[in-house]
Design a protein around this ligand. Structure first.
Ligand code: NAI
Ligand SMILES: O=C(O)/C=C/C=C(\O)C(=O)O
Length: 480
C-alpha cells in the first residue's frame, strides 16, 4: 500500500485531523494506497510556510530561480519511468501515453518556465524629453494551483512552474482522484533545491482542502483547471476577496472537416482528438462536422480505425484505450450514451462497457463510441461528456458548420481540416474559441496563449501570459 503525505515547509506531514481517502487503480478497481483528506488546518499550515518563504524567494534572481526549475525538469526526466507508472496506476491511462505525453510535458513545463522568466522583460514607454515610464512586475505572493485528474502531473506543473518562475510561493492541490505523481514531485522539488515553503502540496477533496484554499485570505491568486461548474463556484467564492483568477474549464470542441482536406490525415488525427486519454482531455474534438461530399468516405475510414483501437490493460504495449478514471465517471459517460439513444442517435460503433480479462477484470473500461444522426442542439452535442464518445454530423455549407461550431456555451478549441488556407483563416476568425488548430490537433507551443472563451474559462495560460498572471504591474513615471 502506498501512503501519501502532505508536503509543507519542505517536509512530509500527516494531515492534522488524521483523515485519509482511498486511492483506487481504475484499471483494476483495487485500492492501492491512501491520500490525506486535508482540512482547513493543513491548508493554513501550508499558507504560513509559503508566506514565510515568500520574501526570500522573490529576492532570488530570476536566473537562479530558473536554474532550480530546470534542475527539476531534469529530475522529472531522470524519474520518467517511475512517474509514468504512477500516473498510469492512478489514472488508468495507457502507460505508453504517460511515458510519451504526460511526464515529458511535465518536464517541459519546468524547463520552459525556468528559462522564460529570464525573457520576461520590464516594459518602458518613453515620452522623448518629457518622461520615462517603466513597468515593474512584482510577484503576487502566495498563490493557489488546483488541478484535475485527466492529465495529472502535466496540468499540475503547467500551473506551478510559471508561479514559481515569477517569484510566487505556491500552495497546490492536485485532484484527490489522481494525487500520486504530485506526491512524487514533492521529493523531487526538494532535491532540485527549492527552499522549504516555496512549494507546498496539500492533498484532499474539492469541498474540503480545495474550498479552504480558495477561501484563505492569504491567497492572492487562484489558477484552476477543472469542470465549469466548479470554476463558477470558485469564482463566486474568490471574487469578493478580489483574488486574481485563471480558470481553464470544460469544452465541447468542434472538429470541422472540409471536402478538400487531406482525408487520411484528418481521419488519423481525428482518431486521436476523439479518443486520446479515453477522450478525457478538455481539448478533445467531440463534435465532428464533415462536409457532405466526404461524409461517407470519412465515416467509413474513421469507423474502421476506431474498431481497431485496443481497449485493455494500461500496462500492455498494445493498449490504445485504458480505463476511465473512476466508476462514477464511467457511469456518467454511460448515461450520456443512453441519452444519445433517447435523442435519436444512431450508434455506429462502441457504446458498451468492456470486460478486460485477468488483473483488470474489475476495471472501468469502455468501448470508443461514435454516434450519428444527432441534432447539433441536442444535449449530447451540447454538454461536456469528457469521455470516448463523439458524434458525426454532415454539413452542406461553411456557414452552417461555423454556426453549429459556435452553437454551444463552450468556447475552448476547434480543429479545421482543409487545404484552402484562405478558408482556414476565414473560418478560424469566426470561431468563438481560444485555440484553433488547422490540419493538426494538440500541437502545443508553450509560448502561445492557452485558454477558452465563454463557459470554457477566464484568462490565458502559457508563455508570458502565465507570468503576467502571477505578477502585478506597477508603473513608475520619471519626469525627464
Ligand atoms: N476542463 C478540464 O480539463 C476538466 C473538466 N472536467 C469536467 O468536470 C467534470 C467533473 O469532474 P471533477 O473531477 O468533479 O472536476 P472538478 O472540477 O470538481 O475538480 C477539479 C479540481 O478542483 C477541485 N475542486 C473541486 N471543488 C472545489 C472547490 N469547491 N474549491 C476548490 N477546489 C475544488 C478538485 O478537488 C480537483 O482538484 C468532469 O466530468 C468533466 O466534465 C474534469 C476535469 C478536467
Ligand atoms: O496545456 C495543454 O497542452 C493542455 C491542456 C489540457 C487541459 O487543460 C485539460 O485537458 O484539462
Amino acid at each position: 500500500m502506498v501512503q501519501l503525505h502532505n508536503f509543507i515547509n519542505g517536509e512530509f506531514r500527516a494531515p492534522a485531523a488524521d483523515g485519509y481517502l482511498p486511492l483506487l487503480n481504475p484499471a483494476t478497481g483495487q485500492v492501492f494506497g491512501h491520500v490525506p483528506d486535508s482540512t482547513a488546518a493543513d491548508v493554513d499550515q501550508a499558507l504560513q510556510a509559503a508566506t514565510a518563504a515568500f520574501p526570500a524567494w522573490r529576492a532570488v534572481p530570476a536566473e537562479e530561480r530558473g536554474r532550480r526549475l530546470v534542475r527539476l525538469a531534469e529530475l522529472i526526466e531522470l524519474n520518467l519511468e517511475t512517474l509514468a507508472q504512477a500516473e498510469s496506476q492512478d489514472n488508468g491511462k495507457p502507460l505508453s501515453l504517460a511515458r510519451t505525453l504526460d511526464i515529458p510535458r511535465a518536464a517541459s513545463n519546468f524547463a520552459f518556465f525556468g528559462t522564460a522568466a529570464q525573457h520576461f522583460a520590464t516594459e518602458t514607454h518613453l515620452q522623448e524629453g518629457v518622461a520615462l515610464n517603466y513597468t515593474v512586475r512584482h510577484p503576487l505572493g502566495v498563490v493557489a494551483c488546483i488541478s484535475p485528474w485527466n492529465l495529472p502531473l502535466y496540468l499540475f506543473t503547467w500551473k506551478i512552474a510559471p508561479a514559481l518562475a515569477a517569484g510566487c510561493c505556491v500552495v497546490a492541490k492536485p485532484s484527490e482522484v489522481t494525487p500520486y505523481t504530485a506526491y512524487l514531485l514533492s521529493e523531487l522539488s526538494r532535491e532540485a533545491g527549492l527552499p522549504p515553503g516555496v512549494l507546498n502540496i496539500v492533498h484532499g477533496t474539492g469541498p474540503g482542502a480545495g474550498q479552504a484554499l480558495v477561501e484563505h485570505p492569504g491567497i492572492k491568486a487562484i489558477s484552476f483547471t477543472g469542470g465549469t461548474a466548479t470554476g463558477a463556484h470558485i469564482a463566486r467564492t474568490a471574487a469578493p476577496q478580489f483574488k486574481k483568477l485563471s480558470l481553464e474549464l470544460g469544452g465541447k470542441n468542434p472538429n470541422i472537416i472540409f471536402a478538400d482536406c487531406d482525408l487520411d490525415a484528418a481521419v488519423q488525427t481525428s482518431l486521436r482528438s476523439s479518443f486520446a486519454n479515453q477522450g478525457q482531455i478538455c481539448l478533445c474534438g467531440s463534435r465532428i462536422f464533415v462536409e457532405r461530399g466526404v461524409y461517407e468516405p470519412f465515416k467509413a475510414a474513421f469507423l474502421a480505425q476506431v474498431r481497431e483501437l485496443t481497449v485493455g490493460d494500461p500496462l500492455a504495449a498494445s493498449t490504445r484505450q485504458g480505463a476511465i478514471v473512476s466508476e462514477a465517471h464511467l457511469h456518467k459517460i454511460l448515461s450520456y450514451i443512453d441519452l444519445a439513444h433517447q435523442e435519436g442517435g444512431r450508434l455506429l460503433t462502441g457504446g458498451q462497457r468492456v470486460q478486460v480479462p485477468g488483473r483488470c477484470a474489475e476495471g472501468y473500461f469502455l468501448q470508443p463510441t461514435v454516434f450519428e444522426n444527432l441534432a447539433p442542439d441536442c444535449r449530447v452535442n451540447q454538454e461536456e461528456i469528457f469521455g470516448p464518445v463523439v458524434t458525426l454530423t454532415p454539413f452542406d455549407h461553411e456557414e452552417e458548420a461555423v454556426t453549429w461550431a459556435n452553437g454551444t456555451d463552450y468556447g475552448l478549441s476547434a480543429t479545421i481540416w482543409t487545404r484552402d488556407l484562405t478558408r482556414a483563416h476565414r473560418v478560424a476568425h469566426q470561431l468563438h474559441v481560444g485555440v484553433v488548430w488547422v490540419n493538426t490537433w494538440l500541437h502545443r507551443d508553450l509560448r502561445t496563449p492557452f485558454g477558452g472563451m465563454k463557459n470554457s474559462g477566464l484568462g490565458r495560460e502559457g508563455g508570458l501570459e502565465a507570468l503576467r498572471f502571477f505578477t502585478e504591474a506597477q508603473n513608475v513615471c520619471v519626469k525627464l
